[in-house]
Design a binder for this molecule. Structure first.
Ligand code: ADP
Length: 771
């Protein structure tokens, strides 16, 4: 209803109702509150609508100030209005706020007109018509809000009519699809649907027509640039005031990112699960929140056993103090990289781990926890320690090797078959007269070898490679300072398939040794030629000597032999003189004749023995096996000494068969038995024993007696020619007997010795080979 001008002659109009009945009716039945006021703002009339609107009955308000209806903060407004009214101005559609009796605030639209006294033409008051616009106002606000929401939504919000024509298009739709509102409004939504999905649209539209709402329908749409995007649609029908469906609103959410995020989340979860590293998350108080499979394996706890417990569970007591430090660093937003520490397994075992810890933040960026990647580095640590140990050992070995090489003045070298490079040590370079630190081909080194030795050196190396054996060769090299000698030893190196991969070896300068060797060889050659000359001389002299000796022997033999005939004649004639003419001679003449006979006899014995010795010494003999048993049985009866009275001889048989010579053996036994009887003790009868003992290949034969014995100082002398203990006449003899025995034993390859005790007896032992 348009506000109307209500004129009133009286300031107390309601008490005096207007004369005009029509106006009266309007006043009473108006939907708008109609209030009259004085120019001071005092209420003078109050219609029923005013009572409904503001809650005051007329008797409570008429005569009171209009300010009662106006919120305090708007009182100034009222003053300005009254001023304008006084100037005769009319105020139309002025929106303001009013307060009801119950305190509620109302939005009102006011139309205020001055009331003019018809007679005086003076402004005497005003009528104020107020309409409640609270609902309109709220609706308007709501629409504005809605528009703002639609505009600021991250989802595309699109409306379309039932023919599928786009009717509205928000900012997010622009962003998601790339069309500006004016490019798409009025066009078919098919522009947004990929051709292969066009058939979906009629189905959606038919569902909408029956009032269905389609929620979170995941499908694909096309952007203006043709790109496809994954979207989630929620489509709701739009109804008009009458409730009939006139279109649809569509909320389109771009879920490509979300879908990517989901894929990433799943992928991450799979990675976490399949990771070999333990991945653990905890909150800021150190309480474990998640626990992957590798963590179960590494620490021995299942997820159920540890989630909700403190991470200190995994720390050995001495490491637990780390945790507050770690938490403090995380709270500061630091990331901890490869922190190496020790953790404890469920079974108490300690393990070396490397931790990488990152803060977990919520969407506002606040640190709320930490994720921890733990890698078991126990083995790695062990390997590391072993590697260091190995390196140290290697270094030591290298140092030892270097020392040995330098002490032995050896240079070392390696040859790599693949590259044909020789790597040579500084000493090797020095030996060859090359600069240090330069690797070279095998061929270039070979060229340094003396041309005469080159082929042999190469052959030795090739043979070594072929046979897999070490090589060791000496050759000359052309050193810048002149020719030098080196010895090179090498060992081939083979790969797993038996292929040659290289060689290594040592080299030594042997020039000095070589020159000494050469000198030595020359000296030896000289010496040998001297020796040969000398030997020649010796041989010549020996031959001469033999000749002379032979001559002398023959001479002495013939002298000795020839001496016996006149000696025997002298002896014979002396004996005949004594026998035939003895009685005619005086005693002195007889005595002289006896002396001649005895001395001739003695000289004959001497000559006989000398002859015997020289026979034994010189004769060429043939040795043969001789059984001593029959031999002695035959010999013993011919030994004159054994025929003497009181003499006994015992042979302790059986005796061995020896390798010997009949005549020599006769000489030996005759002499030893003769002496045993000759040197018997005066006070007891002579008793002689012959014994034999046998060893492998040898026999020792002893002839012992119980005679006068021999003092040890004479043991050697008695075996010499003319060596005797007693020079007197008590014991006849020439002193040659034992010399003959010794010589005979020696010539049969044996040895003789004596043991004796003076006054008790002697024992002569000699050895012979047995058959
Ligand atoms: P001869 O018997 O002619 O003196 P031998 O050469 O046979 O010469 O002996 C040298 C010396 O050895 C003897 O003179 C004697 O003094 C001593 N002799 C040898 N055989 C015995 C023995 N069986 N008992 C003691 N003395 C002995």
């Amino acid at each position: 209803m348009p506000p109307s001008v209500l004129s009133s002659a009286s300031p107390f109009a309601p008490l005096a109702p207007p004369a005009n009945a029509l106006l009266q009716a309007i006043f009473a039945s108006s939907d708008d509150a109609i209030v009259s006021i004085t120019l001071d703002g005092i209420i003078t009339s109050w219609n029923p609508a005013a009572e409904r609107l503001f809650g005051y009955p007329p008797d409570e308000i008429v005569g009171g100030s209009l300010l009662k209806l106006i919120p305090l903060e708007l009182h100034h407004e009222q003053h300005r209005i009254l001023e304008r009214l006084r100037r005769g101005e009319r105020i139309e559609h002025f929106e303001s706020r009013r307060q009801r009796k119950d305190g509620a605030l109302l939005f009102v639209a006011l139309t205020i007109s001055p009331v003019i006294d018809e007679t005086t033409g003076e402004i005497i008051g005003a009528s104020e018509m107020a309409r409640d616009v609270t609902h309109d106002r709220l609706m308007r606000n709501a629409r504005a809000w809605l528009a703002a929401i639609v505009d600021s939504s991250d989802d595309a919000i699109i409306s379309k009519d039932l023919n599928g024509i786009v009717t509205s298009w928000n900012r997010a739709a622009e962003r998601i699809f790339g069309y500006k509102a004016d490019e798409i409004v009025g066009r078919s939504v098919l522009a947004l649907i990929p051709p292969e999905l066009h058939s979906d649209e009629p189905i959606i539209l038919s569902r909408l027509r029956v009032g269905d709402r389609i929620e979170h329908f995941e499908t694909v749409r096309v952007r203006k640039n043709g790109e496809r995007i994954a979207v989630s649609l929620t489509v709701s029908p739009i109804r008009d005031v009458s409730g009939s469906i006139v279109g649809a609103s569509k909320v389109v959410r771009d879920i490509s990112v979300q879908r990517d995020a989901e894929v990433i989340r799943r992928r991450l979860a799979a990675i976490v699960d399949s990771s070999d590293d333990a991945i653990i998350s905890k909150d800021l108080s150190g309480v474990i929140q998640s626990w992957n499979k590798a963590a179960e394996q590494m620490f021995g706890y299942t997820a159920d056993e540890v989630i909700g417990k403190s991470v200190t569970l995994l720390m050995p007591p001495e490491q637990a103090k780390e945790e507050p430090m770690i938490l403090a660093r995380l709270a500061r937003g630091e990331r901890i990289h490869h922190h190496e520490t020790i953790r404890r397994r469920k079974n108490g075992e300690l393990i070396d781990v490397s931790l990488t810890i990152s803060a977990i933040r919520d969407e506002t960026g606040r640190v709320v926890g930490a994720s921890k990647i733990a890698r078991d580095v126990t083995q790695q640590k062990r390997d590391e320690r072993e590697r260091i140990l190995l390196l140290r050992k290697e270094k030591e070995a290298r140092a030892r090797l270097d020392f040995s090489l330098s002490a032995l003045e050896l240079g070392d070298w390696t040859w790599d078959a693949a590259t044909d490079r020789m790597t040579i040590s500084d000493r090797t370079a020095d030996i060859y007269g090359l600069p240090h630190g330069v690797d070279r081909r095998r061929e270039t080194l070979r060229e340094l070898i003396h041309p005469d030795d080159r082929a042999a050196a190469q052959a030795a190396a090739e043979h070594s490679i072929q046979s897999g054996t070490d090589y060791d060769i000496e050759y000359r090299i052309n050193h810048p300072t002149g020719e030098r000698w080196v010895v090179v030893k090498g060992r081939p190196q083979f790969g797993p398939g038996g292929e040659i991969v290289g060689m290594m070896g040592v080299v030594q300068d042997i020039t000095e040794r070589k020159s000494v060797e050469i000198e030595l060889r020359e000296s030896r050659a000289k010496l040998q030629s001297h020796a040969a000359v000398l030997e020649q001389h010796v041989a010549e002299r020996t031959a001469k000597l033999r000749e002379t000796i032979g001559e002398l022997e023959a001479f002495s033999y013939s002298i000795s032999h020839d001496m016996r005939t006149p000696l025997r004649a002298m002896h014979g004639y002396a004996d005949r003189l004594l026998r035939i003419y003895g009685s005619k001679l005086d005693d002195e003449a007889q005595h002289h004749l006896q002396r001649i006979s005895a001395n001739a006899n003695r000289l004959d014995l001497l000559v006989r023995d000398v002859l015997a010795y020289s026979r034994v010494a010189k004769a060429d003999i043939q040795l043969a096996p001789i059984d001593l048993n029959p031999f002695l049985a035959e010999l013993l009866p011919t030994i004159p000494e054994l025929q003497r009275e009181g003499v006994t001889l015992n042979v302790h048989g059986p005796l061995p068969t020896v390798i010997g010579h009949q005549a020599y053996l006769s000489q030996i036994f005759s002499n030893l038995i003769g002496n045993a009887v000759k040197f018997s003790a005066e006070n007891r009868p002579a008793h002689v024993n012959i014994r034999a003992s046998q060893d492998t290949g040898h026999a020792t034969i002893t002839v012992s007696d119980n005679g006068i014995g021999i003092a040890p100082e004479h043991f050697n002398r008695i075996f010499e020619i003319f060596g005797r203990v007693y020079a007197d006449k008590k014991y006849e003899g020439t002193g040659i007997g034992l010399s003959i025995v010794k010589k005979a034993v020696q010539r049969m390859g044996g040895q003789i010795s004596v043991t004796s005790t003076v006054g008790e007896g002697s024992c002569f032992s000699f050895t012979l080979r047995t058959a």
